[in-house]
Design a binder for this molecule. Structure first.
Ligand code: SF4
Length: 414
């Protein structure tokens, strides 16, 4: 029998089939995005924690999955065809009532943002520019260009986002909003700035931003003063050949250097464990994924490791899904690198990301040791000690910084 971390990883790699006894089609996400999020959010009721997992259900490889979700009397069970004795109790998070509400401009809130686990994810800005070039330079695992403007609204006014975030906070208890975007002509940080300020002033949440990196590092100072609590840097592959082949737009426009400079800059400025480097596991050789994890954690960030999903509609639709055994090694390495570099993980209240194996989801993969014992003890202590700080960051507050004019932050050349 798998432990709960192994089961989570195997679900990401193999997906689940929905038994005819279930009626869950409306729960399956229609937004597929950058290699993630096509599936069904389930909650695995583990011994240590509730695990929010976005399990693949739509893709071709799922047909061969041993896992099935059954429903009886309103309860859901996950079964494994390889052993009829293996049954796991799961929950399906109910679709929030606010999904059906409209903003004051008439937008359906579910087309503004969606829950991805326990937080609100919002795509901002225009369709990624890499989808508009000829030839197309979009990342080959990505489907953002297929979805933005179709399964969700392209234009999101700041007020639409604020009203949706208020509803999600009041009704779903979210503590965190995550803005993500593809390459934007006016710049990712510029695109995010007005939303960040409005959330801090009018809603009161922790705010994360995931946009393409800026070479103007001083602009990160501006965003931090506007209220960003977390940046993530999706550089996808450690091996430059893979970045070039599978993310031609990112390779040409930024290369690794721009990502690494920005990530190291904010890590130094904001402190350990506040930011993340995001990579895809299952395409480049596993040794490169290990190197990426080592680099990210040595920089003071935590790794966000996405298990590659060959999404319907992506160029890599027919690419094989990663091997479960490899992904167990990757996730174990992720946790142990965080431990080695003393990266504080899992401290923020109520942030469970369903699209990835969270670093603290992988605790069970690492064998017991004195080092692990003290690392876990420290994590428990800091989770309690840091709560007042998080709560104060989640209070509404006036931001005096201009969200449209970064120029006061521009440093004069030496
Ligand atoms: S940068 Fe790549 S992953 Fe991100 S939206 Fe554009 S094509 Fe997709």
């Amino acid at each position: 029998m798998r432990n709960e971390a192994e089961l989570e990883i195997e679900l990401f790699c193999k997906g689940v089939r929905l038994d005819p006894s279930t009626d869950l089609k409306s729960y399956v996400s229609s937004r597929t995005r950058a290699g993630l999020g096509s599936g069904l959010d389930i909650i695995l009721l583990g011994n240590r924690k509730k695990r929010y997992i976005n399990v693949p259900v739509n893709e071709e490889f799922v047909k061969n999955s041993p896992f099935r979700i059954m429903e009886a009397f309103g309860r859901y069970t996950l079964t494994d065809d390889r052993d009829p004795h293996l049954k796991y109790v799961i929950d399906i998070p109910p679709l929030p009532e606010w999904y059906k509400k409209k903003t004051s401009s008439g937008k359906l809130m579910s087309r503004v943002g969606v829950l991805q686990g326990t937080y609100l994810g919002v795509y901002i800005g225009d369709i990624c520019s890499f989808w508009k070039t000829t030839p197309k330079t979009a990342c080959k695992f990505c489907t953002t260009g297929v979805n933005v403007g179709k399964s969700e609204d392209l234009e999101k006014r700041v007020d639409d986002v604020v009203e949706t975030a208020i509803a999600a906070k009041e009704e779903s208890g979210i503590t965190f909003i995550h803005f993500n975007s593809g390459e934007q002509e006016k710049g990712g940080l510029e695109t995010a700035a007005p939303y960040v300020k409005a959330i801090k002033e009018r809603v009161g949440l922790l705010v994360g931003v995931q946009v393409t990196p800026s070479k103007d590092l001083w602009k990160y100072d501006w965003l931090i003063d506007l209220g960003v609590d977390h940046f993530s840097f999706c550089y996808e592959f450690q091996n430059p050949e893979y970045l070039k082949k599978y993310c031609p737009g990112k390779f040409e426009a930024f290369g690794h250097k721009t990502f690494f400079d920005a990530m190291e800059y904010v890590a130094k400025k904001m402190g350990k464990g506040r930011n993340s480097g995001e990579i895809i596991a299952g395409i480049e050789p596993i040794e490169d994924t290990f190197k990426a994890i080592d680099y990210i954690t040595a920089s003071g960030c935590f790794p966000t490791v996405c298990i590659f999903r060959p999404l319907v509609g992506a160029e890599l639709e027919d690419y094989p899904t990663p091997k479960y055994e490899d992904m167990v090694l990757v996730m174990r390495h992720m946790y142990e690198s965080c431990m080695k570099n003393n990266i504080p993980i899992g401290l923020a209240p109520n942030i469970e990301v369903s699209l990835i194996v969270n670093p603290d989801d992988a605790v069970e993969l690492s064998p017991p040791s004195i080092k692990k014992y003290f690392y876990e003890l420290r994590r428990k202590f800091f989770k309690i000690a840091a709560l007042p700080l998080f709560l104060s960051k989640m209070k509404k507050r006036k931001i005096s910084v201009d969200a449209f004019d970064p120029s006061p932050y521009k440093k004069s050349p030496l």
